[in-house]
Unconditional design. Sequence first.
Length: 215
Amino acid sequence: MFTGIIEELGTVRKLNSLKDSARLTIEASKVLDGSKIGDSIAVNGVCLTVTEMSKGYFSVDIMYETLKKTNLQELIPQAKVNLERALQLQTRLGGHLISGHVDGIGEISVIRKIGIASVYQITTTEDLALYLIPKGSISVDGISLTLVDVGQDFFSVSLIPHTHKNTTLGFKGIGSMVNLETDIIGKYVAKFLKPEKTSVRNDISLSFLTEHGFI
């Protein structure tokens, strides 16, 4: 699990594409502290397992499904990536709970300045937008952000200068693709409330609710 508080910007050293997978090597420093082979590091919000590491870099293997559904497929040498180590129990939860399992990709459609803030509007699918609510949380390239506006197929987020400067969003423009993960709690609630999974009663009335102590 992750919090969406980015620890550092890493730099892609190389991306070796194989038949149905890839091997990614990233230059980093802070996230290497205390990490070991087998640990998880979120790269642009994607939970990946460290398979090799040395002073100044680490490598991960990326499977076909991950490449197909995330923007990791677009990485090139010298590209910047958001990095975060998996949270520990004593870590302050400054963002929100993030699994590192990306739900889909969004496209930056509008960027505008409002005071000190940079407001990004991101287009996504209607299916994914169903899990979004104003003032709720979303992970954009692994960054924990608060939703400002939510539409049928888009949403907007507002970045403070620190986030704009210290994450990949500061390097991205209109048309850039971003990894999206919706709030995990919201997804579970939505699943439990799906009509096809819920036994529906037609005899609920005000008198029934009163009789059973609900009102």
